[in-house]
Design a binder for this molecule. Structure first.
Ligand code: SAM
Length: 195
C-alpha cells in the first residue's frame, strides 16, 4: 500500500489518482476490503476510491461503481483495474435501484459504499436490500446522538451529509449493527453490518 497510496495532508491518492477520503480512512478500509466478494460504490467521481477497492480486494471480487456523470473520471486518462464496472447512471433511477438490489441479492458478501449526492437517501434506500453479513458504509457521516464535534479527528473541510438521526430508522428496521464503528466514525464514515 505504501508506494501506491499517498496523501496531500487532506485527501489521498492511488497511483496519482485522487481519492476523496483522508489517508486514515483508507487505512481503516484496508483492514476489511479483502473480506468482500462484491463492492458497490455509489458516487465514484474521478474513480480513485473505486480503483483502491479493485486493487486491494481479493481477485474474485467484482467492483461496481455508479455515478450520474462520467466527465471527471474520463478526464483522468487513467488505466483502471479490469475488475471495475463503471456505470454512468442516476443511482435513484428505477433501473439502477432494481439493478443494485439484484446485484446484492445474487452476490456473496457485499460492501455497499454510499458516497453519492444524497447519502441519507442512499443509505435508507439501499440498506433494505442487504443480506446477512453484508456491510453498508456512508461517507460524510456524523453520529449526532453523540456529543462530539464533526471531523474533530481529521483535517476535513466539508460539512456532514449523513446524520445518524436520519438513518436510525433503517438501522433498526433492517437489523443493522455498528461495525468497527469507532475507527470509521472518526474518519467520517458510518459503518454497519446486517445481522
Ligand atoms: C463525493 S463524490 C464521490 C467521491 C468518490 N467516492 C471518492 O471517494 O473519490 C460524489 C459523487 O456523487 C455523484 N452523484 C451525485 N448524485 C448522484 C446520483 N443521483 N447517482 C449517482 N451518482 C451521483 C457526483 O456526480 C459525484 O461524482
Amino acid at each position: 500500500m505504501i508506494n501506491k497510496i499517498k496523501t496531500n495532508g487532506i485527501y489521498s491518492s492511488i497511483d496519482g489518482l485522487h481519492i476523496s477520503h483522508p489517508l486514515s480512512a483508507i487505512e481503516c478500509l484496508s483492514e476489511v476490503v479483502a473480506d468482500f466478494e462484491t463492492i458497490i460504490e455509489i458516487g465514484y467521481y474521478r474513480g480513485g476510491l473505486t480503483q483502491y477497492f479493485a486493487e486491494f480486494s481479493r481477485d474474485s471480487c467484482q467492483v461496481i461503481a455508479y455515478d450520474i456523470k462520467d466527465d471527471e473520471r474520463k478526464k483522468q486518462n487513467f488505466q483502471f483495474n479490469s475488475k471495475i464496472t463503471f456505470k454512468t447512471q442516476n443511482c435513484f433511477s428505477e433501473e439502477s435501484v432494481l439493478e443494485i438490489k439484484s446485484i446484492i441479492l445474487n452476490s456473496n458478501k457485499t460492501l455497499l459504499f454510499c458516497d453519492g449526492g444524497d447519502k441519507d437517501r442512499e443509505f435508507n434506500l439501499f440498506s433494505d436490500f442487504l443480506k446477512q453479513d453484508d456491510v453498508i458504509m456512508v461517507h460524510d457521516y456524523h453520529d449526532d446522538s453523540l456529543n462530539e464535534e464533526y471531523a474533530m479527528h481529521v483535517n476535513w473541510h466539508h460539512a456532514p451529509e449523513c446524520f445518524y438521526s436520519e438513518i436510525e430508522r433503517s438501522v433498526t428496521n433492517n437489523n443493522l449493527k455498528k461495525y468497527n464503528y469507532e475507527p470509521y466514525r472518526n474518519n467520517l464514515i458510518g459503518s454497519f453490518i446486517k445481522e
